[in-house]
Design a protein around this ligand. Structure first.
Ligand code: TTP
Ligand code: MG
Length: 406
């Protein structure tokens, strides 16, 4: 079976600053340049408790790295310069960097204080190839902040993210469309999202060590061992990751989840089960954030990669799984014309508005008892612990690419 490919490859950049906190300190204190600098020490002198936030590349040569107890770092690198983090300063720098990103596109998805995805597909005509944009972006950051960034350019988030990490510091790695699988092939499977130590072990039992092994293994063997999850992973191993860069505008706040089928499907029960499961997951996240949403958006992609988003705004904001499911099902009925479906997603937005004014004697609106029990069980036993009876036996495995990359 030949895989269908999206008709027009996207150009996605992943940008990640080099040794961010330490680099800012070295910039501001020239006497620290070229020296092992460890940020994260406690103010009393570095031997105290606490962990390393980050270390300059000079310090990394001594084996010091993020999340290591300061006492260990001290043992490995006693002559290092230990500094207390100045979060306000780093946040200011982060804003300056993000401003540079917006010169290239509005489609910027910040991932952490020093990292973002950019979709520059639409900027290509005016600004050049992905490689040229990557180079200009690095120059822009350097001019603006005197700091270096590493950039990965590829047709998907997954590949761009891995590429940006390949030649740190000050790297630029471009993976041309069609080269994704070859680029990923030699890397260990652990580099894929969704592969933790347990999955790594399970794959090793199948003789799968590299991403290339995973891309090449017979799907039936993978399925026997890992179920449909195996297909999702194999897709990633081939460099196929369809997640969009989701712009984070001040107003465009939304919360949602998507599912990509390992095989496109038109089975109504399966489609319904997916919608129900995603609706529950999104509602759970709304409740976890204390939010109610008024607008429900369905994202629908068919077997020909036609993507539709279709939204409805409710009179009253909601955080209920049933309500999200009901609206999403209506939207689905309006867009579904019987083709096989590749991807479904539900997004909730327009937070807080439309919540009915409470009268003086009204009880505040609480989640339904069923939603409350679901939240509590999930909180205590994890997301997989509970599912609706109607989902039993046909629960879609969670797609690793649903998760943010960190
Ligand atoms: P990273 O981008 O993970 O690391 P880095 O920028 O320091 O180094 P690299 O060149 O490998 O990208 O994280 C960005 C900043 O976030 C980092 O400078 C400090 C902070 N941070 C923590 O405080 N704790 C952590 O465990 C990690 C990983 C990062
Ligand atoms: Mg970084």
């Amino acid at each position: 079976m030949t895989e269908k490919r999206p008709p027009n490859p996207r150009t996605i950049l992943h940008v990640d600053m080099d040794a961010f906190f330490a680099a800012v300190e070295q910039r501001d204190r020239p006497e620290l340049r070229g020296k092992p600098v460890i940020v994260g020490a406690d103010p009393k002198g570095g031997r105290g408790r606490g962990v390393v936030s980050t270390a300059s590349y000079e310090a990394r040569r001594f084996g010091v790295g993020s999340a290591m107890p300061i006492s260990d770092a001290w043992r490995r690198c006693p002559h290092g310069v230990y500094l207390h983090p100045d979060m306000e300063k780093y946040a200011r720098e982060s804003e300056r960097i993000m401003e540079v990103f917006y010169r290239f596109t509005d489609l910027v998805e910040p991932i952490s204080i020093d990292e973002a995805f950019l979709d520059v597909t639409g900027s290509a005509r005016a600004m050049g190839t992905g490689e040229e944009i990557g180079r200009r972006l690095k120059r822009g950051i350097r001019d603006e902040t005197q700091l270096t960034a590493s950039v990965g350019v590829a047709s998907s988030k997954l590949v761009a993210k891995i590429a940006s990490d390949m030649r740190k510091p000050d790297g630029l790695v471009v993976v041309a469309p069609g080269e994704e699988a070859a680029f990923l092939a030699p890397l260990p499977v652990r580099r894929l999202w969704g592969v933790g130590p347990k999955m790594e072990e399970a794959l090793a039992k199948l003789g799968v060590v590299t991403i290339g092994d995973l891309a090449a293994i017979a799907p039936a063997r993978l399925e026997r061992r890992l179920g449909t999850h195996g297909f999702d992973l194999q897709r990633l191993a081939r460099g196929e990751d369809e997640r969009d860069v989701v712009a984070e505008g001040a107003e465009a706040k939304s919360l949602g989840q998507e599912h990509t089928y390992s095989r496109d499907t038109a089975d109504p029960d399966r489609l319904r089960a997916t919608l129900l499961q995603i609706a529950d997951a999104v509602a759970g996240r709304l409740r976890a954030h204390g939010l109610r949403a008024r607008t429900v958006t369905l994202k629908y992609r068919d077997e020909d990669f036609h993507t539709t988003t279709h939204a409805r705004t409710l009179d009253e904001a909601t955080d209920s799984g049933n309500a999200l499911f009901r609206v999403a099902s209506e939207l689905f009925a309006e867009v579904h014309r019987g083709k096989k479906v590749r991807l479904l997603g539900i997004y909730a937005s327009h937070f807080g508005e439309g919540t009915p004014q409470l009268g003086l004697f009204d009880e505040p609106k609480a989640p339904s008892p069923a939603d409350r029990v679901r939240d509590e069980v999930r909180r205590r036993f994890g997301d997989e612990a509970i599912t609706r009876a109607s989902l039993l036996g046909r629960r879609e495995r969670r797609n690793p690419s649903d998760k943010p990359p960190r």
